[in-house]
Design a protein around this ligand. Structure first.
Ligand SMILES: [Zn+2]
Length: 369
């Protein structure tokens, strides 16, 4: 007699080793921490002091279908991230949350420009975050890399790029361009990208979320991105049949496929910002089936009320991906990480593959999954 699978799908995905490369530190705070820190610094603009209500408030605010409103929730998270102690605590708690979510390696990102309102220097800000990440690694065994973001609507992106490079021996693994996409094309920050390239360092760029394929093209061909955050609107360079299957690729999409350009897909946040109208229309699954180097991410866990487990669970529910797919997607992510090649191999062969094998052995019937 066939035994019933004792593990729920969510539990299986949670246990499976996962890799997260697109997560915003200031978009993933625990609401209980926000409330505690706000009390300490007498910040009284929070809409509520109840953790569950506050979580609900962030999610409601984010889920309005455009990026500008989505970004408004950051006013409160950033307000409580203005001391070294708060930054270190938030980074440490993020590592614990990763551990609880079954993430074996995370690249988190943030921009030091938002953490100076109480007089901290950029170096102190980055050091405090790195210290929290390192303590988290030591306690929870989760690997990490930090990505420094420049903001598209600011002029100091070269300075942010320099900070990223200055901390490359201490856990910073790359540079990102983030923030509102419309009206702020990546090519306006060429000096920052050229600096990173000259230093043989790593670039990822938010592109093709709120703006079209032109933005993705600029990020890759003018700015030298090694990965693209979102790339949702690459669909504009792809011809689909009536079933949503890819029938032809434009030159940019073909280039991205052929060069194995990693695409950091964020399913739920794309719905919340309006980059897609509904999950069923997300290009993720067709890109994956066509063998693009894609993998799933969380973007802003607090605003999008999500975890990496939840993103993979959602993809499994909506697109029917199974455990083998989830393993493959996480190997795609690890291959795309900004840590040295040998370390990537270590995670793939000593952590990810054995982790999925162990789960398969535990499962009595894969068919049910
Ligand atoms: Zn993002």
């Amino acid at each position: 007699m066939k035994k019933k699978n004792p593990m729920k799908k969510e539990e299986i995905i949670q246990k499976a080793p996962k890799v997260l490369l697109h997560d915003h530190l200031d978009g993933g705070l625990r609401t209980s921490t926000i409330i505690e820190l706000a009390k300490e610094i007498k910040y009284n603009k929070l809409p509520t002091n109840d953790p569950a209500e506050l979580a609900e408030w962030f999610f409601r605010g984010a889920n309005k279908g455009n990026l500008v409103e989505y970004l408004q929730g950051f006013e409160h998270t950033i307000a409580v991230m203005q001391t070294k102690e708060a930054l270190e605590r938030i980074a440490f708690e993020m590592m614990e949350d990763m551990y609880l979510d079954g993430v074996c390696y995370v690249e988190t990102r943030f921009s030091p420009v938002f953490h100076q309102s109480k007089g901290l220097y950029y170096e102190d800000i980055v050091k405090a975050v790195l210290s929290g990440l390192q303590k988290g690694k030591e306690k929870f065994g989760v690997g990490y890399g930090l990505i420094i973001c420049g903001m598209r609507n600011m002029k100091n992106t070269l300075e942010m790029a320099e900070i990223a490079v200055n901390f490359r021996k201490n856990g910073v693994v790359g540079f990102d361009l983030a923030g509102e996409e419309g009206g702020y094309p990546p090519k306006k920050h060429l000096d920052a990208f050229q600096f990173i390239k000259r230093e043989n360092f790593n670039i990822t760029i938010h592109a093709g979320e709120a703006f079209g394929k032109e933005s993705i093209w600029q990020a890759i061909q003018l700015c030298g991105a090694h990965r693209i955050g979102h790339a949702t609107r690459l669909r504009e360079d792809i011809v689909y049949d009536s079933n949503g299957k890819i029938v032809a690729l434009g030159e940019l999409a073909q280039y991205i496929l052929d060069t194995r350009m990693p695409l950091e897909i964020n399913l739920l946040s794309n719905v919340h910002t309006g980059a897609v109208d509904k999950l069923e229309n997300h290009p993720f699954i067709s890109l994956y089936r066509e063998k693009f180097r894609v993998f799933l991410n969380t973007d802003d866990r607090l605003m999008s009320n999500t975890t990496l487990t939840n993103e993979y669970l959602t993809a499994s529910d909506i697109f029917g991906i199974n455990l083998d797919d989830i393993e493959k997607l996480n190997i795609n992510a690890m291959k795309s990480s900004f840590i040295p090649y040998k370390e990537r191999l270590h995670y793939i062969y000593n952590v990810i593959k054995p982790g999925y094998q162990k789960i398969r052995e535990q499962l009595l019937s894969l068919k049910e999954f």
